[in-house]
Write a protein that binds this ligand. Structure first.
Ligand SMILES: CC(C)(COP(=O)(O)OP(=O)(O)OC[C@H]1O[C@@H](n2cnc3c(N)ncnc32)[C@H](O)[C@@H]1OP(=O)(O)O)[C@@H](O)C(=O)NCCC(=O)NCCS
Length: 150
């Protein structure tokens, strides 16, 4: 699968791709769906990095020697076919080449697929934001996870 990495994403073109995949990937979770305008704002930030394939994307911020994954999403028709593993592996290769030291992210405590994926890449729990995400069924905590590259 060809993975494109954009340190300066083309906001207009890429915001549509992100918004469509995001809607497909998150609709069942009951979270608020970000629209194209919200992605435009993020993609316009100088710190933003975008990796994308036709069925997946990662949006991250890079500040000095740290990165934070804002979103990783794979199209639901392609779940459990290693697309998440593949795009994350490329992102971490990029991080190591760039000399980054840490990668941090937040994941909802009820998102077992994502928590398992991050554990496979040796992320560790470093904190918790209690009752952080709003679901139709109630509030869910955010687990803060971090991976060190060196
Ligand atoms: C989380 C997500 C990116 C995983 O992508 P994916 O392409 O399905 O992941 P992979 O096929 O590479 O799976 C890698 C590992 O993740 C874990 N995993 C993936 N899906 C899982 C599931 N449904 N249940 C439990 N573990 C799961 C497993 O450990 C899996 O390894 P295995 O297949 O050897 O058991 C995808 O489910 C997704 O887009 N979800 C909706 C968006 C989201 O929640 N993003 C993360 C929060 S920002």
């Amino acid at each position: 699968m060809h993975i494109q990495i954009f340190a300066h994403p083309d906001s207009l073109e890429h915001s549509s791709h992100c918004a469509n995949l995001y809607k497909a990937a998150f609709s069942e979770a009951g979270t608020r769906i970000w629209d194209k305008k919200e992605f435009l704002k993020i993609l316009d930030r100088p710190s933003c990095i975008l990796l994308m394939t036709p069925v997946s994307f990662i949006l991250a911020d890079v500040v000095e020697r740290e990165t934070e994954i804002i979103i990783i999403a794979v199209h639901p028709e392609k779940w459990r076919q290693s697309h998440g593993t593949e795009i994350l592996s490329h992102f971490f290769d990029f991080c190591r080449r760039a000399g980054l030291e840490t990668c941090t992210l937040e994941v909802a405590d009820d998102n077992n697929a994502a928590k398992n994926l991050y554990s496979k890449f040796n992320f560790e729990n470093i904190g918790i934001r209690k009752k952080y995400y709003r679901r139709k069924s109630g509030l869910v905590s955010a687990i803060i996870m971090q991976k060190r590259f060196f």
